[in-house]
Design a protein around this ligand. Sequence first.
Ligand code: AMP
Length: 280
Amino acid sequence: MKTASSKSELREIVRQWKRAGQIIGLVPTMGYFHKGHISLMERCRELADKVVVSIFVNPAQFGPEEDLDRYPRDIERDLSLSKDARVDLVFVPDAMELYPPGFQTWVVVEEVSQGLCGASRPGHFRGVATIVAKLFNIVQPDLALFGEKDYQQLQVIRQMVRDLDFPVEVVGHPTVREVDGLAMSSRNSYLSPSQRQTALCLKEALDLAEEMIHKGEQDAEIIKKEMAGLIQGYPETRIDYIVIAEPDTLTPMERVDLPAIVALAVFVGETRLIDNRLFH
Ligand code: AMP
């Protein structure tokens, strides 16, 4: 496995692979790997000849009051896990490499960025779209993998690729969960043992929505109210949003017509967790 910390090193390696006609897959990450990340790498291994993983805690997607400084990091462990997953190249740039002084160009995906996480994290998807556009230009992958756990992020990237004609196939990957159903996330490491139990309320609220939708409930307000009630029954929870929306545009629905996505963000203590479920 190779590693590169500069754009020029990375480009030189990828250029040789491209010359040999190899299909390049990219998995962009912020590191601190769990099985969700590994699963993306393994899927990439199946789809591409060469697997490139980027590890970069992107300051541009964190708000001023958010967890940029304390975001968990363990680069040695990440490199070892990448090697086990048969990754070919890990790109580990520092912030100066990607945002040198004078940086001033941003990618803004307008409508699909606005609701859900975009509403409570202003500028977040501008940071995400910009870093992903840069990584696409630096790595020039044929395909790139993104987890459905960050469902809005996946749709923002799909929209950006369509609108800006990036020659990249965007592949969505199902959410990998702990045995009890909690969506894996690097931020789960912030949770105390009791908060870890409470964190299950996101999955339980989605189970409740599923049950109501399967029974024929079509009033989104009623479903969201029941979900909120369940979550509020747990200590230390604060609901950021619960949305039922059209899955591509993320336009909220009042009347639930399938397909629909139910997505939510909940603070458990100080830790903000997200989850979602798609209904066909
Ligand atoms: P992150 O390092 O959190 O920015 O995540 C890097 C990539 O892994 C993103 O495409 C995420 O959507 C994806 N990802 C994170 N957690 C999971 C999970 N539990 N299951 C599947 N994909 C995930």
